[in-house]
Design a protein around this ligand. Structure first.
Ligand code: AKG
Length: 320
């Protein structure tokens, strides 16, 4: 078809017709209109797919996994992290942020001994980030949690090691690890940073026997009121100095707290673009063991860097 068309075009030109005259021929105009329609349909299809994926990624509104499973036999249920990694789409679909979360803010506020009442009224649901110093008194996590402790904790076959359960999430950040099992298999030199190949990862614990053990070593932060629940899923982030999470925004359900168990970590927060003219462009703080940070990671872009010379380990959870 394409060949025939270019032969006719060559013939028309050889008979002296100019490009302008050819483009005015009724048949050529019809063909051009049809091709514009096809392009518009393809574009609309792509846009609709992106919207559907975005809605599913952020709100679970479209049951994309079962749609794909019924139509094409693709089992997304068995690939739990597929959407979490499409960050540009999640960014595109996120709800518009009310800039009250950062208006007149110059830094991340640091508080000591915050009461439940103050925490609830000023920070819990306002999305204004806060660092609570010395907030983990009595937690045995500080002397228990380590790389080796976590490696021993997950028995062979645990769903957390290979992400075989939909509730298991693993974030490799900028490393090439595919799952927690591979992290625990890394060489001693790399783990301790001797090899100069820093690493940083995070995972949500999806192994109930591990949850029971972890909870012996930490408790619900003291400033979360009686009516506030911390979610059943623990999030652990661990990595070597010189690395951390790249700048991103989450699409989780609720705000979260995170306790620094070992090492030191810097948090850098940026308001979303719609607040650039009303809020500081960038604020940061450094967490030391015993500190808890509360950040609405759905509204603040966030990035972290492990400082000092010790591995950083944190544990946290969402709350409502
Ligand atoms: O703790 C970190 O280093 C990053 C945490 C994070 O990215 C998140 O909670 O979304």
């Amino acid at each position: 078809m394409e060949k025939k068309f270019s032969d006719i075009l060559a013939e028309a030109k050889s008979r002296g017709l100019t490009d302008e005259e050819i483009s005015r021929l009724p048949t050529v105009k019809r063909l051009a209109r049809r091709s514009r329609h096809v392009s518009a349909l393809i574009l609309a299809g792509i846009l609709l797919s992106l919207v559907a994926i975005g809605l599913e990624a952020n709100y679970g509104l479209v049951d994309l996994p079962s749609l794909l499973s019924r139509t094409f036999g693709i089992e997304l249920q068995k690939q739990p992290c597929l959407f979490d990694n499409i960050e540009p789409i999640a960014d595109m679909m996120r709800p518009y942020v009310d800039c009250d979360i950062c208006r007149n803010m110059t830094s991340i506020e640091i508080v000591y001994n915050v009461s439940e009442e103050e925490f609830t009224t000023r920070f819990a649901y306002t999305s204004r980030p806060v660092l609570i110093r010395n907030a983990t008194s009595g937690w045995s996590a500080h002397r228990t949690f380590s790389f080796d402790y976590f490696r021993e904790l997950y028995a062979p076959g645990s769903p957390a090691l290979e992400n075989t359960d939909r509730d298991c999430q693993f974030f490799p950040y900028r490393t090439s690890f595919e799952n927690l099992g591979q992290v625990f298999d890394m060489s001693e030199e790399r783990r301790t940073g001797v090899k100069g190949d820093p690493w940083y990862i995070g995972w949500s614990n999806c192994d109930s026997s591990v949850s029971n053990e972890l909870r012996k070593h930490y408790s619900k932060p003291y400033f979360l009121g009686d009516t506030m629940e911390t979610s059943k899923t623990d999030w652990i982030f661990m990595g070597s100095p010189g690395y951390g999470a790249h700048l991103h925004i989450d699409a989780v359900e609720r705000p979260s707290w995170q306790a620094q168990i070992r090492g030191e970590k810097e948090w850098i927060l940026e308001p979303p673009p719609e607040c650039y003219f009303e809020c500081p462009p960038r604020i940061s703080t450094v967490m030391k063991p015993g500190d808890i940070i509360v950040v609405d990671t759905n509204r603040w872009f966030h990035e972290t860097n492990v400082l000092g010379d010790e591995i950083s380990i944190t544990i946290g959870s969402e709350y409502d």
